[in-house]
Design a protein around this ligand. Structure first.
Ligand code: LHQ
Length: 265
């Protein structure tokens, strides 16, 4: 997997791959290069058996400020018609890569997460926030609708009423408030943020990776399906899970009264 990116920093520690969005001078706002690189590295991580958990975070004092409005305004100013739905297809590639990745993806958010960056965090499986986090569905501030999957993930995480409030008023949500309303799984003091993120990521990277992938598939299907369909899919996925080495190891460890050592297979 390529690691020499222009606007991303990539680090691997055991099974944990950390992707750091790295345009701190603009609070990691997305230019075309960064969004393309993110799509590429996520698709690579999906295929790479050595990666068992992915962390997405931001360099400097922010997670991300959404679309780089300067580069977008510059493109607008050329007079060439902009097919924005085509442009947001680049974000959709990233959202799909996260949702179909057969392993856990964590968003680690410190500082501001605005617009498409906020929704990128919502597309991840788990979110950990520092207590200085600021989540902003900033789209309505510039007369836009939430993109990068926000219309799908936000109401499912916080309910319709809160999703409409956050999207229409576009007010900031702090880290502690984000934890209270279910926008993030956990909020920790900034001083503990990196250690807490890595502890979570390392724990997941030692887990039953195949089962995690199947759990994602089950939940992804279930939020869009009825009970009967979900019960059918649950059976199909359990047929796969029961054949994994990690299932056998988990049962053996239980019977032998020792901790499990999952291989991810
Ligand atoms: C930025 C940005 C930025 C460029 C901070 N761009 N420079 C939209 C359009 C089209 C198609 C596809 O989809 C999308 C999706 C979206 O993401 S829409 C939402 C776009 N993002 C925003 O509207 C957020 C704009 N930024 C802000 O409102 C503020 O910067 C926030 C609230 C994020 C942070 O505020 P502060 O902490 O006060 O920081 P700051 O405003 O001083 O920003 C620091 C620098 O970063 C500053 O540059 P400078 O040269 O003055 O130091 C900003 O211009 C730059 N920056 N966001 N999105």
């Amino acid at each position: 997997m390529r690691t020499d990116f222009e606007d991303l920093l990539i680090a691997q520690d055991g099974g944990v791959l950390t992707i750091t969005m790295n345009r701190p001078e603009v609070l990691n706002a997305f230019n075309d290069t960064m969004i393309h690189e993110l799509g590429e590295v996520l698709e690579g991580a999906s295929e790479d058996e050595g990666v068992r958990c992915v962390v997405i975070t931001g360099a400097g004092r922010a997670f991300g400020a959404g679309q780089d409005l300067r580069s977008f305004a510059a493109a607008h100013a050329t007079g060439e018609p902009i097919k924005v739905s085509q442009h947001i297809g680049n974000y959709h590639r990233v959202v799909r890569a996260i949702r179909t990745m057969p392993k856990p993806v964590i968003a680690a958010v410190q500082g501001v997460a605005a617009g498409a960056s906020c929704n990128l965090a919502l597309a991840c499986d788990l979110r950990i926030a520092a207590d200085n986090a600021r989540f902003i569905e900033a789209f309505a501030r510039i007369g836009l609708v939430p993109d990068a999957g926000g219309g799908f993930f936000l109401p499912r995480l916080v309910g319709m009423g809160k999703a409409l409030e956050l999207s229409m008023l576009a007010d900031e949500v702090s880290g502690p408030e984000a934890e209270r309303i279910g926008l993030v799984n956990k909020c920790v003091p900034l001083a503990e943020f990196e250690a807490a993120t890595m502890a979570l990521a390392r724990r997941l990277a030692k887990g039953p990776t195949r089962a995690y992938g199947l759990i994602k598939e089950l939940m992804n299907q279930a939020v869009q399906s009825d009970l009967e369909t979900t019960l059918r899919i649950e059976g199909e996925l359990q047929d796969i899970a029961i054949e994994t080495a990690d299932h056998r190891e988990g049962v053996a460890a239980f019977l032998q009264k020792r901790p499990s050592e999952f291989s991810g297979r």
